[in-house]
Write a protein that binds this ligand. Structure first.
Ligand code: C2E
Ligand code: MG
Ligand code: MG
Ligand code: MG
Length: 278
């Protein structure tokens, strides 16, 4: 009895593995086609100033219009891109389209941010390539920002600092994305030339939730501590993933300056933000 159940489980497990393996190959092959055939597209999500909800910038987020599967999110294909060596090709195609399509969004001010994967810092000329791209697309570098994660900073700190300093000299500032999810403290982070930190959505989510006052209070305490330290280090702070008015009010009361989230706008193609209705 146990044996046959075991065998049955084994068979199921085996099928699942094969399915997963096929999916990876299918995604990898599909990505090659996508790169050659205009299936990737930047969507743009606004960053707002909390005081008056004024849009201060847009983050470019990659989307894949898959001919059979429809709209795919980064979570469904970026890991495969990374594992199959396609990440740089995906990113550079994305950055180019983001600069081209995002130009009109920041025509009257504000900045555009790009998500930079850690591997771009492995060769030392990322800054040169990015500035070349800005020049090629006619995008003002002073309106371009990059978003890096703690993992990137920890890789080879000296090399990363050099690249970030050269970019800063060219007026391209850096933001630390998903802050709080990694291992570094703000004290450690201050050695990097950063302009902004983005507090991860997982800290913002419990804010103002009636059903868990304890969780909400714990999040408030963490965010308040981050805000105090960021202020003393001269860093701008963005709260990620703001979805409710209760979160908006809590963050405003704590003195957070900027936010991003579905409450202010979901990621959309540039044309949607430029449309006649705004
Ligand atoms: P991220 O940079 O932290 O981007 C924020 C993610 O949160 C985005 O997911 C965005 O759609 C989502 N989001 C924004 N507001 C809300 C909200 O109010 N509620 C909820 N539940 N989610 C919200 P997305 O677009 O799926 O991107 C996931 C991650 O993929 C990004 O996280 C970023 O790390 C990565 N990524 C996206 N585009 C690129 C790219 O072009 N290159 C690279 N290397 N990574 C990218
Ligand atoms: Mg980001
Ligand atoms: Mg983020
Ligand atoms: Mg995040």
């Amino acid at each position: 009895r146990a044996k046959s159940a075991g065998r049955q489980r084994f068979v199921l497990f085996d099928d699942t593995l094969q399915q997963a393996a096929m999916d990876v190959l299918e995604i990898e092959q599909g990505l090659r086609t996508a790169l050659a055939g205009n299936q990737l597209q930047p969507y743009f999500q606004p960053l707002v100033r909390l005081a008056d909800r004024h849009v201060v910038g847009y983050e470019a987020l990659v989307r894949w219009h898959h001919p059979q599967r429809g709209l795919l999110l980064p979570g469904e294909f970026l890991q495969v891109a990374e594992d199959s060596g396609l990440m740089e090709a995906v990113d550079w195609q994305m950055y180019r389209m983001a600069c081209e399509q995002g130009g009109p969004l920041v025509e009257h001010g504000g900045f555009l941010t790009l998500n930079i994967s850690p591997r771009h810092f492995q060769n030392g000329d990322f800054d040169t390539q990015l500035l070349q791209l800005a020049a090629d697309t006619g995008f003002n570098p002073a309106q371009l920002r990059i978003e890096v994660t703690e993992g990137t900073l920890l890789g080879d700190p000296e090399a990363v600092i050099q690249v970030l300093e050269r970019l800063r000299a060219a007026c391209v500032e850096a933001a630390l994305d998903d802050f709080g999810t990694g291992y570094s403290s703000l004290g450690h982070v201050h050695q990097f030339p950063l302009k902004m930190i983005k507090i991860d959505r997982s800290f913002v989510d419990p804010l103002g939730r009636q059903e868990s006052r304890e969780g909400s209070q714990r999040s408030s305490a963490i965010i308040s501590a981050i805000l105090a330290l960021a202020r003393s280090l001269g860093l701008e702070v963005v709260a990620e993933g703001v979805e409710t008015e209760a979160q908006y009010e809590a963050l405003t009361a704590m003195g957070c300056s900027y936010a991003q989230g579905y409450l202010f706008g979901r990621p959309q193609p540039a044309a949607r933000w430029l449309g006649p209705t705004g």
